[in-house]
Ligand binder design. Structure first.
Ligand SMILES: [Zn+2]
Ligand SMILES: [Zn+2]
Length: 387
């Protein structure tokens, strides 16, 4: 059996062909604000993929970075009047607690940008030696004319890329750049910002270089699966590909799996709109297993909306599962878990799994002779829900 998942680069649902050992890199958080439901949904998707791959006999090495220095954490720390590393520490702890509560599998390593500065600088030096960079008024840029495949992941036109870059942290209009799509590798720091010494002057890294450097350090030149939210496809992942493939001359990742974004009551969930639903708040009201269950009712690739009534509904659904499972020991064979595995393999069809679990619980409650409490316990456990 093989999982089938949507690969962004191939723009199709494909067989995921993997060796026994799987190298997986998922872009992590910038620890300046609490874990919201969008993060939870994203990391839950990769958690389910990992659980199913392990169920299929693979070992999965998960690396999830922490962007603890960038253009969002520094202004936030300034606003709060605290050191950015103190802010990072607080938010990383909260994120860790949220992930444990949600029963997501721990990452094998969580490299931090501030602790990977030598690798980051070395990688920029290599890019410079190979002619992929230029310096303009003290800032070092990646020269995208040296990477002919720029755009191959997102399949966007140049005009679309320029527009998106402007929306997502790039500076396409900056006259210092030769090309609007060139991106920062290293930049001078403002007076109150942290800075590191480098051959290109003291300063700090751009947004994209850390993931190329940290994935190479932890997992080698090529990955099996690279993940992250769909808003990272461009520019972040496109830029990671340009950096990594310019030094390694081999495909950076075999598969690119992206999770959709979460909206709240019909509006995009975003920090600027102030409508974030925080996991730490939500789990005061409902069982974290119910949060998992609620998120599974949505397909990982569809941008979905979260409505307040979904929490209480999931809580009732969880109670039904717990009640019908009773004290049964898990039985990891039988028609239910076969169907659950098939659904997970079918581009992570968690809405189908959600339906299968609830139907089985209903059948148990109604005393159907074929219904299996042990099968229900094992199937829920495969999805990270311990009944
Ligand atoms: Zn990244
Ligand atoms: Zn919903």
């Amino acid at each position: 059996m093989t999982m089938r998942l949507y690969d962004t680069a191939q723009a199709a649902v494909v067989d995921i062909e993997l060796d026994a050992h799987v190298r997986m890199y998922v872009c992590g958080i910038t620890p300046y604000d609490s874990t919201h439901l969008g993060h939870a949904a994203t990391y839950l998707s990769y958690d389910l993929i990992i659980r199913r791959l392990e169920d299929l006999g693979h070992t999965v090495q998960l690396v999830r970075n922490v962007t603890d220095v960038d253009d969002s954490i520094l202004p936030k720390a300034r606003e709060l009047g605290i050191d950015f590393l103190e802010l990072a520490e607080t938010e990383m702890n909260r994120f860790g607690q949220d992930m444990v509560a949600l029963n997501t599998r721990r990452a094998d390593s969580e490299p931090r940008a501030t602790e990977s500065m030598k690798d980051i600088i070395d990688l920029i030096v290599t890019l410079a030696d190979r002619g992929h960079t230029y310096v303009s008024e003290g800032t070092t840029y990646f020269d995208i004319t040296t990477f002919s495949e720029f755009g191959k992941l997102s399949h966007l036109t140049e005009q679309e890329m320029v527009e998106l870059a402007a929306e997502r942290g790039g500076q396409p209009d900056d006259p210092k750049q030769r090309n609007p799509l060139d991106f920062v590798l290293w930049q001078p720091s403002a007076d109150d910002e942290p800075s590191w010494d480098s051959p290109f002057g003291s300063g700090r890294p751009g947004w994209h270089i850390e993931c190329s450097a940290m994935s190479m350090r932890a997992l080698g030149p090529a990955l099996d699966i690279h993940g992250g939210g769909a808003d990272l496809i461009f520019p972040h992942h496109e830029c990671e590909i340009a950096q990594s493939e310019s030094v390694n001359d081999e495909p950076f990742s075999k598969y690119w799996i992206h999770a959709g974004l979460v909206a709240y009551q019909g509006t995009k969930m975003s920090k600027s709109l102030g409508n974030l639903v925080f996991v730490s708040e939500l789990r005061k009201e409902i069982d974290p297993r119910a949060i998992r269950l609620a998120l599974m009712a949505h397909h990982y690739r569809s941008d979905f909306e979260w409505f307040d009534e979904e929490g209480p509904q999931a809580q009732r659904d969880l109670q039904l599962l717990v009640r019908s499972a009773g004290e049964a020991d898990p039985v990891a064979a039988g028609p239910l878990i076969d169907q659950v595995r098939d659904a997970l393999d079918d581009d992570l069809n968690t809405p189908r799994v959600h339906q299968l679990l609830l139907e089985e619980a209903q059948a148990i409650e109604e005393g159907a002779p074929s219904a299996s409490p042990g099968g229900l316990v094992a199937s829920a456990s495969l999805c990270g829900i311990e009944l």
